[in-house]
Design a protein around this ligand. Structure first.
Ligand code: SIN
Length: 486
């Protein structure tokens, strides 16, 4: 039971898409892609490097000459058609995603909708890229501000959201008039390649969207070092984000970096318990805890603490772990052995430091990469799971006394991506909205991602915003024009 489920077999490509064609690359250099649920090999993709990346850059530059000059409406129609094709092929794209990434099919379907929504959104936003006319300081001049696409963009995306992290960037870039070279994670390239099939079917011209498969270093470094690539957008770890920023300084590229998080999830005594627990489940266990905006640390006030831990644990017990293609599964496998070892280590560390295991805490069937949904209470602040991004189905719960303490713990991290607060007190909501150091805040809500909002972080979670009316600005340069002689 696997690839036979696809209605349209041609969406499954084992080659890459650059310089105007589907190509196999060097037949001796291939990457095997496995299904994390059962470790079966799904297929192989080319392991490309510097040579192919340089070719793709030239193709992209060439395509930019025409694409950037097309009327926004013309680009919009093509991007919109691409989005419509994603919706039409939703089931196949979702199956492919579950096979290579492991997330439950319902979540994959949700991700395809989410991914298509970015193309649809930016197809519209592209038509609203306005400049300005500024009152001049002299009688004989006129002043204009115009917006121009930044040029060829390299986008580097992770395995946890194999489609939407691509469309969130590509939609904005293409709508702005840029051309894109996409380097998906080597763990989940098939979703990206299926997107390229649909881009071609939509009529996106040659060289406007290319997909290079391979290990990150050589492709990414070639993109970063090229002075012809004018922007890199990266979603991934803070460690790699810093390396990209350092290396990009040689060509002073524009950057968008969406990096790691360590989201605090604060529940106050006055919160609605059921809605807090519902939010906690959504926020923590989506994609088996493998999202940058997952609640990482649960900070619960002392008066509601025991009730929260008990109702939360009861709800976690209802989650069903297994192969994401099977009915009613809500938690899939983790992506790799290393990912499982990391959460094992977080659990052990918390227990060694005196925390209490409420449930879970170990690997479970039906495969090597499954980890049971875990709740640990009385977790001290110096535990690894409070300090680092967990990226797995483990929920550490910390007890706090006062708002001041909660805020201090919430902000005591170099990360600042998402945060969550549950309270019925309007004053607390306002105070925390103004004082939590994060780029995004959910108040009485555990699921905050959608295409209309500016997604992005502060501090070491990076910079730049994706989605929303702000997202397209990341792919535009502002040019001032002074016209004399009046
Ligand atoms: C991410 O984990 O980087 C993205 C999650 C989202 O868009 O909700």
């Amino acid at each position: 039971m696997s690839l036979e489920l696809l209605q349209r077999k041609e969406l499954f490509r084992q080659d890459a898409f650059w310089s105007g064609a589907w190509r196999k690359g060097n037949p001796d250099l291939k990457i095997e892609v496995t299904n994390p649920s059962n470790l079966e090999i799904l297929g192989r993709v080319p392991s490309l490097g510097r040579k192919e990346t340089l070719e793709a850059i030239q193709t992209s530059l060439h395509a930019f000459q025409d694409w950037s000059k097309r009327p926004a409406k013309e680009r919009s129609i093509l991007i919109r058609t691409w989005s419509d094709l994603m919706k039409k092929n939703r089931e196949d794209l979702a199956v492919l995603m579950t096979l290579e990434q492991g997330k439950p099919l319902a979540e994959s379907r949700g991700e395809i909708d989410y991914a298509a929504s970015f193309l649809e959104w930016f197809a519209e936003e592209g038509k609203r890229v306005y400049g300005d006319i500024i009152p001049s300081h002299r009688r004989d001049t006129k002043i204009e501000v115009i917006k121009e696409p930044v040029g060829v963009c390299g986008i580097l995306t992770p395995w946890n959201f194999p489609s939407s992290m691509i469309t969130r960037k590509v939609g904005a870039a293409l709508a702005a008039g840029c051309t894109v070279i996409s380097k998906p994670s080597e763990l989940t390239p098939f979703s990206a390649l299926a997107l390229a099939v649909l881009a071609q079917e939509a009529g996106i011209p040659e060289g406007v969207f290319q997909v290079l498969t391979g290990y990150p270093e050589e492709i990414a470094n070639t993109l970063i070092d090229s002075s012809e690539v004018r922007k890199i957008s990266f979603t991934g770890s803070t460690r790699v984000g810093k390396l990209i920023m350092e290396r990009s300084s040689k060509t002073l590229k524009r950057l968008s970096l969406e990096l790691g998080g360590n989201a605090p999830f604060l529940v106050f005594d006055d919160a609605d318990l059921e809605s807090a627990v519902k939010g906690a489940i959504l926020s923590k266990f989506r994609n088996a805890g493998q999202t940058c905006v997952c609640a990482n640390r649960f900070l619960i006030q002392k008066g509601i603490y025991n009730d929260f831990v008990s109702l939360f644990s009861e709800s976690v017990l209802k989650l069903k772990t297994g192969n994401g293609l099977e009915k009613d599964i809500t938690i899939g496998p983790l992506i790799s052995e290393l990912a499982v070892q990391k959460v094992e280590n977080h659990v052990k560390d918390a227990l060694d430091k005196g925390a209490k295991l409420q449930l879970g805490g170990k690997r479970i069937e039906p495969g090597k990469l499954f980890f049971s949904p875990t709740v640990i209470s009385e977790v001290p602040e110096n535990s690894l799971s409070m300090q680092e991004e967990v990226f797995g189905p483990v929920a550490p719960v910390y007890r706090f006394e006062s708002m001041e303490e909660a805020l201090q713990v919430a902000n005591s991290t170099p990360s600042g991506l998402a945060s969550y607060v549950f309270t019925e007190d309007y004053r607390k909501m306002r105070f925390l909205a103004e004082n939590i150091k994060a780029g995004m805040l959910g108040i009485n809500e555990g699921l905050i991602s959608t295409e209309q909002v500016p997604f992005g972080g502060l501090k070491e979670s990076g910079f730049g915003r994706e989605g929303s009316k702000y997202g397209i600005q990341e792919y535009l340069n502002v040019k001032y024009v002074c016209i004399g002689g009046f």
